[in-house]
Design a protein around this ligand. Structure first.
Ligand SMILES: Nc1ncnc2c1ncn2[C@@H]1O[C@H](COP(=O)(O)OP(=O)(O)OP(=O)(O)O)[C@@H](O)[C@H]1O
Ligand SMILES: [Mg+2]
Length: 324
């Protein structure tokens, strides 16, 4: 994973039909809406036939990162976490973004002054004093972020072990949970859109990086820098860190641009990209304003079904992983 991918050029983009990974029924080329409906039904059938996801043999800690803003990091964190928990797994979400959007979407209070991730990494407060249950989803807990976290990037600079403060706090919490017979299956850390000390703390605490890539023209811009940073953290701070998962977000099956970007990303990272691409959908963007994941807001929507399917793929990949 050291090569720097090129930004896709529209002139070299393949046709939508040749590159979209989800198969389009061949008998129905003339009615794209019919084909979409057919895909939706097939997906609904697939995800509803799985009642529980398989537990991993160790706690898997994902860092959801991309320094590019607005690519779907928070939406992905919230909805993959919701999908895993709704399918019977124990999940902890760490909101590491001072914007606190993850906390909002999961209905966790995070007004200024609310104790959360800032207290964990700056003051060294135990996570079990700070983690809150998501009121709408059993098995899902959240370490919230408030705007107070905005100061942490600067305050961390002068602190001892500034890059590994989240890691220490998280490891203590995970072993306490495991000892109490309440092992956490998945941890998802939602990063801010920067490569500062908060993101570095996430990458030292995590084992797997999940990169959401928005299916739009500048999708791959900045990815080379992200990969170089991950390489640097692997070399100096966390040898176990790996990019295991890339998720295509805001995919629009009707545009050649989306199909082209998807093709480009799959060509560069053939073994990392999930087969499921998350479609652009109104329901997905509406859900946070009701403090909901799209799965609890509209469980039959294309966004909900796609995030369930992407989460299922993630759990399947975990079978081959080696524990930390
Ligand atoms: N599949 C989707 N369909 C429609 N809208 C989406 C989808 N995914 C995300 N969005 C919307 O796009 C915007 C950016 O998404 P999100 O906040 O998840 O990105 P982000 O990478 O976390 O942003 P930031 O870098 O600011 O933290 C939000 O308004 C969100 O509701
Ligand atoms: Mg975000």
């Amino acid at each position: 994973m050291t090569s720097t991918p090129a930004t896709p050029s529209p002139r070299h983009m393949p046709s939508a039909a040749s590159s979209y990974s989800v198969p389009v029924p061949s008998h129905d080329d003339s009615t794209p809406l019919g084909a979409e409906a057919e895909q939706h039904v097939a997906l609904a059938h697939r995800v509803s036939s799985t009642t529980r996801f398989e537990q991993p043999d160790h706690t898997r800690v994902f860092v959801v990162a991309n320094q590019k803003g607005g690519v779907g990091k928070t939406t992905t964190t919230v909805n993959i976490a919701a999908a895993l928990a709704l399918k019977g797994l124990r999940v902890l979400v760490i909101d590491l973004d001072p914007q606190g959007n993850t906390s909002t979407a999961l209905n966790i209070p995070h007004a200024e002054g609310t104790p959360g991730v800032y207290e964990a990494i700056v003051d060294g407060t135990d996570l079990d004093e700070l983690v809150k249950p998501c009121p709408d989803i059993d098995g899902l807990t959240v370490l919230p972020a408030s705007i107070d976290l905005a100061g942490a990037e600067i305050e961390l600079v002068s602190l001892v072990a500034r890059e590994s403060r989240l890691d220490r706090a998280l490891q203590v919490y995970l072993s306490d949970c495991a000892e109490a017979g309440d092992r956490i299956d998945y941890v998802l850390i939602d990063c801010p859109p920067s490569l500062g000390l908060l993101t570095v703390n996430a990458m030292v605490a995590g084992r797997e990086v999940l990169i959401p890539i928005q299916c739009e023209y500048y999708a791959l811009e900045g990815l080379g820098q992200l990969i170089r940073n991950i390489d640097m953290i692997r070399a100096h701070l966390n040898p176990k860190l790996d990019i295991t998962t890339i998720l295509l977000t805001m995919f629009d099956a009707r545009t050649r641009l989306s199909a082209g970007v998807a093709h480009e990303v799959r060509t560069h990272f053939p073994d990392k990209v999930l087969a499921t691409a998350i479609p652009r959908s109104v329901r997905t963007s509406e859900a946070p304003s009701y403090q909901q994941s799209v799965l609890t807001y509209d469980g039959t929507s294309s966004g909900a079904l796609s995030y369930l399917e992407a989460a299922r793929e993630i759990t399947m990949a975990g079978r081959q992983e080696v524990g930390r």
